[in-house]
Design a protein around this ligand. Structure first.
Ligand SMILES: Cc1ncc(COP(=O)(O)O)c(C=O)c1O
Length: 416
């Protein structure tokens, strides 16, 4: 058996054949070393949780309902949890009914099930450019053709959508849905403006589009503001997905989808084929946590932590970034999106950054076509403020020296 090729290759399904771990992924294994300040993973500050409270909730679940908690459950998820999740949505003003909801294994399974439900190979999904890397992964695993719409400080540039739709129609392409993260987007850290939300749903009506609204960060606005959801504006055309990963804990793996009844029924069948049912144990823990604790106070605590960390990162960038580097200013969520001056490539620089003991995600991961190499994502949610300052100083020192090198080689003047 040859070791340099995969002997199973001829047997793989076509959707798997092209899949390969990127070199960047290998670098991330190194990035988790303690001496490296990692701005890479979108990890919540779970240390801000009240572990004693969660311990009490978990113990009560086992004590009071152990035999149910440790048994199989239904494919749609527990009605008691779905009722609580409706309250989570209500905290953001998103109207929903427990019947519409399907509990998923995190927000990621929600995106995967939606992709599986709608996408045949070659079908088009329109997404923001950049967009969530796991969203691209879910769609790519069903061989979708992901087309991007550029973003600015107000989110997806919806006014560019009609021309893209015309172009796709001329190519004979079927657009199955528009995938959007309207609040505190991953990775761009910006939100879709209210005017554009209205424009998007009006366009969906006019051009018969389905929208997948992915909303993990809506409750994490630093000021506690909320935006009208697309689901609220146009319920029949929106499939809504969210997760407790950022407002409670990703280890619980509790996410959900709210979908119109016919779609919900298909999704439940697909989920049963994938994993039968979500874990009763973690469903019951989250359900009790929502029911019995003042969970909105916890969300407020998270908001304060992230707001301080975002502020710290912005101040450090302001103080240390070389001329020509620009970035977005988040009003919530986890991320800052950085654009580099010409000549710098964030994928090429990652290995050097790791030697400088700092990590980020290169921009190319957030575009289906691998573009975006002059951009990168910084996540401020996990490192403590003093580590954020250290990491930004290291990154900016690297960018400064690389820029000096580029200007010396090209003989170009440095931007002032
Ligand atoms: C936009 C977006 N959607 C979905 C997910 C997946 O959430 P989960 O960790 O609950 O699977 C994430 C996680 O970072 C995300 O940022």
């Amino acid at each position: 058996m040859r070791l340099d090729t995969d002997p199973y290759l001829p047997r793989y399904a076509s959707r798997v054949r092209g899949m390969a771990a990127s070199e960047i992924r290998a670098l991330f294994a190194v990035a988790s070393r303690p001496e490296i300040v990692s701005f890479a993973g979108g990890m919540p500050a779970v240390e801000a949780l009240d572990l004693a409270e969660i311990e009490a909730v978990a113990a009560a679940v086992i004590r009071d309902h152990g035999a149910i908690a440790l048994q199989y459950g239904g494919g749609q998820g527990r009605i008691e949890l779905r009722e609580q999740l409706v309250q989570v949505m209500a905290a953001e003003g998103v109207p929903a009914h427990a019947d519409e909801l399907i509990v998923t294994v995190g927000g990621q399974q929600a995106l995967e099930l939606i992709a599986k439900c709608f996408l045949d190979p070659g079908d088009v999904v329109i997404a923001e450019g950049p967009t969530y890397v796991g969203g691209i992964g879910a769609m790519a695993s069903h061989q979708a053709d992901v087309r991007h719409v550029p973003m600015d400080a107000d989110g997806m540039q919806v006014e560019l959508l009609p021309a893209l739709l015309d172009e796709l129609a001329a190519e004979g392409k079927v657009v199955k849905y528009v995938y959007t993260v309207p609040n505190h987007q991953n990775p761009a850290g910006v939100s879709l403006s209210i005017a554009r939300r209205h424009q998007l749903v009006a366009l969906a009506e006019e051009r018969d589009l389905l929208i997948v609204e992915d909303n993990p960060y809506g409750l994490l606005d630093f000021q506690g503001h909320t935006n009208p959801s697309l689901k609220e504006l146009c319920p029949s055309r929106v499939i809504y997905a969210s997760t407790m990963s950022k407002t409670f804990a990703p280890g619980a793996r509790i996410g959900w989808i709210a979908a119109p009844a016919p779609v919900r029924d298909k999704l439940v069948l697909l989920r049963e084929a994938a994993d039968l049912c979500p874990s009763n144990l973690t469903q019951m823990i989250v359900e009790r946590w929502l029911e019995q604790t003042s969970w909105l106070d916890q969300v407020k605590r998270f908001r304060e932590v992230y707001s301080e960390r975002a502020e710290t990162m912005l101040r450090a960038l302001e103080a240390h970034a070389p001329a020509g580097v620009t970035w977005t200013t988040p009003t919530g969520g986890f991320y800052i999106w950085v654009s580099l001056p010409e000549g710098l490539d964030s994928s090429d620089l990652l290995a050097k950054a790791i030697t400088h003991r700092v990590a980020y995600v290169p921009g190319s991961g957030f575009f289906a076509d691998g573009s975006g190499r002059s951009m990168l994502r910084l996540c401020y949610s996990f490192p403590k403020p003093e580590r954020i300052v250290e990491g930004v100083e290291r990154l900016c020192a690297l960018l400064t020296s690389e820029l000096e090198l580029t200007h010396a080689v090209l003989g170009t003047p440095e931007p002032s």
